[in-house]
Design a protein around this ligand. Structure first.
Ligand SMILES: Cc1cc2nc3c(=O)[nH]c(=O)nc-3n(C[C@H](O)[C@H](O)[C@H](O)COP(=O)(O)OP(=O)(O)OC[C@H]3O[C@@H](n4cnc5c(N)ncnc54)[C@H](O)[C@@H]3O)c2cc1C
Length: 464
């Protein structure tokens, strides 16, 4: 079927009993509705179907398919490459799917496909519980989970997908199905790392852990000490107890309280940690790292509610900045890599730019490389170098720094990258990121989405 009128007008006529809203370019709320987190992405969909129910999602998917329109699915809209939107097609916007139901006895939480992690953390923290997610509270549950989920609890509780028990999906043909270890288990395997390739997840069920007050926060040294700090970190962390999560970071001290004015805008390096346990045990766990280094410039670990750590960076990174990033999986950090990091860390182009090394060991190493679609269970870190700034005039500078940094380090990487931290980098890079799991993913794609309706993502092409 093709449309002679605009997709938005056609949808208003054809899509009956839609409980959410259908937004087209002529509508007053279109400009706001089309925005995604990364302001470098400036796309103009023909229709934004803001869905209020799973039935709405099925209708939006069927409308796009029947009219041969490109279909994007927007969870939290955080994707760096802008994969939650598209030009001229239909955006299935899940931002109204916000239901959250905690079951403290079963220690699970059921979450609507359009929630952000901050919303989930707030609800589960009321019961002293949490499930692992990322490091920033405004990130969407949908995209982060389907790509894997790396963050402040990875070493202790595993990836986010390791805590996914069940998902409800709308498939490319509009059918609604459940995926779990017992139901559509092939689909359940694929969505744990395979991104949004297989359907729209309208609801997730996660396992919860006893995580309430954690001992966390930053410990930073001047960037000039980067080689020593990173060398100490790479030796220390793999031997640290699993209760300790600590990602390595290059950042800049924000020019605002609570940071002392005399260190505002200083380039720094160090860790952001999250210890699940007592203050005394946290101090013991961090001791070998701290004893190997001089006094830090910014010693910041303290007891805090888990959601406080998860939202600690929110103020620095509001929606609407320019973002460009590159990523890799990392097994080892040899001396040559330490030297490259130290060089590029000292040259961060803007104060919001940075580099993070997220640990992927501990509990995340328990599943084998083919137990879920996420293949890099042998990687020890995921690196991401990210250029960020509010000013669009700096877009090229951000991109160039991230690409140069990435190119210099890539020979020391494990080959592929975490799909959630990739830009549009081509099919070979997607394959490299799934390695031996790619063929099985392509097979499952051909069962559930043979026409590749869900292709605005790090795409797995259906097997011919
Ligand atoms: C500031 C910032 C911090 C981040 N921190 C972390 C971090 O700590 N750890 C980490 O692992 N990642 C992190 N990320 C990366 C993040 O996981 C990805 O950007 C992810 O794609 C965001 O998910 P989203 O739902 O917000 O994105 P969207 O842009 O809405 O969607 C991204 C992709 O996921 C698909 N998708 C989203 N929801 C659904 C759904 N319900 N069903 C089917 N497909 C869906 C979309 O189609 C699209 O392909 C961060 C990103 C940013 C910008």
């Amino acid at each position: 079927m093709s449309t002679s009128t605009s997709p938005a007008s056609a949808a208003r006529k054809e899509v009956t009993s839609f409980e959410g809203s259908l937004i087209g370019p002529e509508d007053a709320d279109y400009e706001e509705a089309r925005k995604v987190y990364n302001a470098m992405i400036d796309k103009r969909p023909a229709l934004i179907a803001r869905c209020a129910t799973a039935d709405d999602v099925a209708k939006a998917v069927s409308f796009a398919r029947d009219h041969d329109l490109l279909l994007a699915v927007r969870g939290g809209g955080h994707n760096g490459a802008g994969l939650g939107t598209c030009d001229d097609g239909v955006v299935t916007d899940l931002s109204l799917l916000k239901n959250i139901a905690v079951d403290p006895e079963a220690r699970t939480v059921r979450v609507g496909g359009g929630c952000t992690w901050g919303e989930v953390d707030a609800a589960t923290n009321e019961h002293g519980l949490a499930t692992p997610s990322g490091i920033i509270s405004t990130t969407g549950v949908g995209g982060l989970t389907l790509g894997g989920g790396l963050g402040n609890l990875t070493r202790t509780c595993g990836l986010t997908i390791d805590n996914l028990l069940e998902a409800e999906l709308v498939l490319a043909n509009g059918e609604r199905v459940r995926a779990s270890a017992d139901e559509n288990s092939d689909l359940f395997w694929a969505i744990r790392g395979g991104g949004g390739n297989f359907g729209v997840v309208t609801s997730f069920l996660f396992r919860l852990h006893d995580v309430d007050t954690i001992i966390g926060g930053p410990t930073f040294w001047p960037v000039e000490a980067a080689a020593d700090v990173l060398s100490a970190y790479r030796e220390f962390l793999p031997n640290a107890p699993r209760e300790l999560n600590a990602f390595f970071a290059f950042n800049t001290v924000p020019p605002a309280p609570p940071f002392p004015e005399e260190i505002h805008m200083r380039k720094i390096c160090g860790t952001v940690s999250c210890y699940v346990g007592s203050e005394e045990d946290a101090a013991k766990a961090l001791a070998p790292f701290l004893e190997a280094l001089p006094e830090p410039l910014l010693p910041g670990t303290a007891p805090m509610p888990f959601p406080a750590l998860q939202s600690a960076f929110d103020g620095v990174y509001p929606p609407g900045d320019q973002w460009y990033w590159r990523a890799d999986f990392v097994k080892e950090i040899p001396d040559e890599a330490v030297e490259i990091h130290a060089r590029f860390g000292a040259e961060m182009p803007t104060w919001k730019s940075g580099m993070h090394l997220y640990p992927i060991d501990g509990a995340a190493h328990e599943p084998g490389p083919s137990d879920t679609a996420w293949s890099y269970r042998d990687a020890n870190w995921g690196s991401v170098m990210v250029g960020v700034d509010p000013d669009p005039a700096n877009a090229d500078v951000l991109r160039q720094w991230a690409v140069d940094y990435f190119d210099a380090l890539h020979p020391h990487s494990a080959g592929g990258a975490y799909v959630n931290m990739m830009m549009d980098e081509g099919q070979e890079r997607v394959r490299a990121s799934y390695r031996d799991n790619y063929d099985r993913l392509a097979q499952i794609k051909s069962t559930y989405d043979p026409e590749n309706v869900f292709r605005v993502n790090q795409n797995i092409e259906p097997k011919a």
